[in-house]
Design a protein around this ligand. Structure first.
Ligand code: UD1
Ligand code: UDP
Length: 376
């Protein structure tokens, strides 16, 4: 390995920022040279800048500004932009996070350039290839050199796909590290006062294509959410993906529905902390509600995070079953089947990942392919 090796983190979408912050911090504490490449997949201030501020992330060394588009157009722009910036910076390791298109593109670019990679949140599987994220996960894990798993089920998925165990490290969940760091600042009261939210309320976040991309799906979902709103006032910080379609389906401000812009990280988790119920289709929010002990109803047929059901407060529901499930959750409160939180969700995943990366950087880890690519 070279003197003073360089680690680059490729981030593009809202959940990436939350997962990367603890890793960046911990690598910094070990004195590792590093930089962030922001792909610009998410670009609205409330989907990007606010997370850099709330999470204390350093300024990116580059922002590719790829923006939105179809999967092909967005991924193509990501590939072209990332190849150039990776060649320019010549990193020793590129770290990617989660399952978004920026993650997939970075892994492909690095695999072709012979640059070594690490995937944080490896091995999660919904076994639903209709989800773009599932495709991204499978490709990313198959090409990564270091795989950091957040839950034990990920280890068996990776083993079943033939990933050598030596590449895989069970480290806990950096998204939960970020939650631990934010915990002292999570106070619902000022956010409730600012947004005029009553004492008892639910929060909903919905952005999965299967829920919001067609008028039919949006209509079914909105009708269920409005049924929930008859039981408890509901606040909906709206992801830009579903904004128009959900509004057309009838999700608009009313006496017990408050549709607002996406919230910054601290404001959002403050509201979640104080909520009687969360309704979501987000991956990360399933984990955060588990940690905060808030009842969570996930409007999806499956989850790549079953640990939030076995060790958390999460339940899967169809739109049709959502209103009744909400009634039950509001009556029963949170309950976790195992009574235990997921193993290693202790706020120390970032330091664990940083220690593995730092040790790896000190070893001679360049593959023959990578050495060949470097000497060209
Ligand atoms: C992406 C991820 C998804 C993740 C989500 C987190 C992929 C394939 N999907 O979905 O896994 O759960 O991020 O939030 O990578 N838009 C804006 N402003 C922005 C960003 C997006 O208005 O700053 C709108 C655009 O109309 C865009 C749409 O949202 O077309 C979708 O954005 P995109 O990044 O393609 O996917 P997400 O649905 O955000
Ligand atoms: N989040 C936020 N503001 C919001 C909605 C979500 O800060 O209005 C945070 C949430 O706490 C979690 C992350 O964004 O940390 C999850 O992102 P998202 O739901 O967009 O993506 P997913 O996890 O589904 O990939």
């Amino acid at each position: 390995m070279r003197e003073n090796p360089l680690v680059l983190h490729v981030l593009g979408a809202r959940p990436n920022f939350v997962k990367a912050a603890p890793v960046v911090r911990a690598l910094g504490e070990l004195g590792v040279r590093q930089g962030i490449i922001h792909t610009g997949q998410h670009y609205d201030a409330l989907m990007s800048d606010v997370f850099f501020a709330d999470l204390g992330l350093p300024e990116p060394v580059a922002n590719l500004g790829v923006g939105s588009g179809s999967h092909a157009k967005q991924t193509a722009a990501l590939l072209v932009g990332l190849e150039e910036v990776v060649l320019q910076h010549d990193p020793d390791l590129v770290v990617v996070y989660g399952d978004v298109n920026s993650t997939l593109a970075a892994i492909l670019v690095c695999a072709k350039l012979g640059v070594r990679t690490a995937h944080v949140e490896a091995g999660l599987r919904s076994f639903d290839r209709g989800m773009p994220e599932e495709v991204n996960r499978i490709v990313t894990d198959s090409l990564s050199d270091l795989l950091f798993a957040t839950s034990p089920d990920a280890l068996s998925h990776l083993a079943a796909e033939g990933v050598p165990a030596a590449k895989v490290h069970l480290v806990g969940n950096p998204m939960i590290d970020s939650l631990f760091s934010a915990l002292p600042s999570l106070d619902p009261a000022p956010v409730q006062a600012r947004l005029d939210i009553p004492a008892r309320y639910a929060v909903a976040t919905l952005h999965r294509p299967a829920n919001v991309d067609t008028p039919e799906a949006a209509k079914e979902l909105v009708s269920a959410v409005l049924d929930v709103a008859r039981q408890i006032p509901i606040v909906v910080p709206i992801h830009p993906r579903g904004r128009t379609r959900l509004a057309e389906a009838g999700l608009v401000d009313g006496p017990s529905v408050k549709v607002i812009e996406p919230l910054g990280y601290v404001d959002f988790l403050s509201l979640v902390r104080g909520a009687a119920l969360v309704v979501t289709d987000s991956g990360g929010v399933q984990e955060e509600t588990t940690m905060l002990g808030v009842p969570c109803l996930t409007v999806r047929p499956n989850t790549e995070r079953p640990i939030t059901i076995t060790h958390g407060t999460n339940r899967l529901v169809t739109p049709a079953l959502l209103p009744a499930a909400a009634g039950k959750a509001l009556a029963d409160g949170a309950s976790t089947p195992s009574g235990e939180l997921p193993p290693l969700w202790d706020g120390a995943a970032g330091p664990r990942i940083a220690r593995v990366i730092s040790a790896w950087l000190k070893g001679d880890n360049l593959s023959p392919a990578a050495q060949g690519a470097r000497s060209e």
